[in-house]
Design a protein around this ligand. Structure first.
Ligand code: PLP
Length: 446
């Protein structure tokens, strides 16, 4: 009997003992192809010897030093690398231990900026429906993932919300994609004006929506349009790239494909690739300059910010991605995975939509392709798919509540950037078998 409060309180998960490349091995020696990088984390796979030796080297020198006394060379070098490879206006960075901390930091940074420029009346965040920004109370409040929030809702700050941008579900048949985008932008500006622009701190969005609805990219021009409206009203734009950032979508930062540079960017998972817990917040000079002139320091901090061992792991991960041109590789392998999924799965009557960018792809399952009607949520299709794939030695990241936090099922794929073609073929072939088997069994039960 384990003492750990596992995710499932009924039973302990299987014990993992080792990992190499795209595979994890369990205690019985069974291998699993990690087609989701856990939760879009393991961008360089498992057991990478260069990353492990960089961590060893750092631990031999210095595992930890508190930031109220010291900085360290390794964290300074990581900052230098990340700023050099980011768009030039993002030139300040803050290191934390994960995605939720990165989002909390982003929210507080944005609020303090306005306090320090004398706009204390800005107290409202604007988020989107069907989004996720983390599980701490601030990040949870900004997210629009209803099932994750339900129990805690009385404790959460009030956040204003606009609709998600979801071409498959949101665009009317009578609309072109551009008309749909225009409609969303008009609704956004109206919402801003209804709230009172002078009350809004920042708009928060995942550039490509992750686990909540399954790798949904924005329509062309949508995020740029939102950013322009934010600028018009002096509202900050916070991009949550915790899941979709650091190369996963085929550019180092996902927003680079959307022709704008957010004021604040939160990253995490792919930053350290799972070798150490680490996240970061990028921001622009004007925000830090205002805080410097105002309060004089950022009123925030955690014990493990700028952790040297975590920084050593992230620096090794990021240098390898840069040296080996892996972001380009993501584009190529992502195209191959997307095309194979289209080729093999799109004819299945329960596959409604395949979407995403780079190696960040989602498959939405439906009961009826024509009407896009979802499966009965009580059937928990996503759980059956996950279980069946796992038994066949394939890790994927399915989730329910795709449409509104209750109904809808999708499968999220986020394999390591080093994935090979034959491994992609295994993912697609296994999904082909499992989706057909699980969905046809459930349809027959009706
Ligand atoms: N933001 C997004 C988009 C995420 O997908 C996640 C985690 O899945 C988080 C924030 C929270 O990150 P963490 O679980 O590291 O706290």
């Amino acid at each position: 009997m384990s003492h750990i409060i596992h995710r499932n309180l009924e039973k302990s998960p299987i014990t993992a003992v080792s990992g190499k490349g795209c595979y994890l091995k369990d205690i019985d020696g069974k291998l699993y192809l990690d087609a989701c990088g856990g939760a879009a984390v393991s961008c360089l796979g498992h057991g990478h010897s260069e990353i492990i030796s960089a961590m060893h080297k750092q631990i031999d020198h210095l595992a930890y030093a508190h930031t109220s006394f010291f900085t360290t060379d390794v964290v300074e070098e990581l900052a230098e690398h990340l700023i050099q490879t980011a768009p030039s206006s993002l030139n300040r960075i803050y290191f934390v231990s994960g995605g939720s901390e990165a989002m909390e930091t982003s929210l507080k940074l944005a609020r303090q900026y306005f306090v320090d420029i004398g706009e204390e009346e800005r107290t409202v965040f604007l988020g989107r429906s069907q989004s996720y920004h983390g599980n701490t109370l601030g990040a949870l409040a900004v997210g629009g993932n209803e099932w994750r929030k339900r129990i805690f809702s009385p404790l959460l700050m009030n956040v204003e919300r606009v609709a998600e941008c979801n071409e498959y579900r949101g665009k009317k048949e009578s609309e072109t994609v551009d008309q749909y985008t225009d409609r969303l932008l008009k609704e956004f500006e109206k919402k801003v004006c209804d709230i009172g622009p002078h009350r809004i701190i920042a708009f928060c969005a995942e550039t490509v929506v992750g686990a909540t609805s399954g790798a949904i990219p924005p329509t062309p021009g949508y995020l740029r349009g939102i950013y322009d409206i934010c600028r018009k009203y002096g509202i900050l734009y916070i991009a949550d790239e915790v899941m979709c950032g650091m190369g996963r979508t085929g550019t180092l930062h996902a927003f680079e494909q959307d022709d704008f540079v957010p004021d604040i960017v939160a990253v995490a998972k792919g930053l350290g690739g799972g070798y150490q817990p680490i996240g970061a917040v990028f921001t622009k000079d004007f925000i830090i300059d205002a805080i410097k002139k105002g309060t004089g320091f950022f009123q925030h901090g955690h014990t493990y910010i700028c952790h040297p061992t975590a920084a050593a792991a992230a620096l090794a991960v990021q240098k390898i991605i840069f040296r080996d041109n892996l972001v380009d590789h993501v584009k190529h392998q992502g195209d191959y995975l997307f095309n194979q999924l289209q080729h093999k799965l799109s004819s299945i009557e329960t596959v409604g939509n395949i979407r995403g960018r780079g190696l960040f792809l989602g498959i939405e399952l439906v009961q009826n392709k024509e009407s896009k009607q979802a499966f009965d949520p009580s059937k928990e299709i996503h759980k059956l798919i996950k279980k069946e794939c796992f038994e066949k030695g394939l890790m994927v990241y399915p989730m329910g509540g795709t449409i509104d936090g209750q109904t809808g099922d999708h499968i999220l794929l986020a394999p390591p950037f080093i994935i090979k073609k034959d491994e992609i073929d295994f993912i697609v072939d296994t999904l082909d078998i499992v989706i057909r088997k699980v969905t046809s069994t459930v349809l027959l039960e009706k």
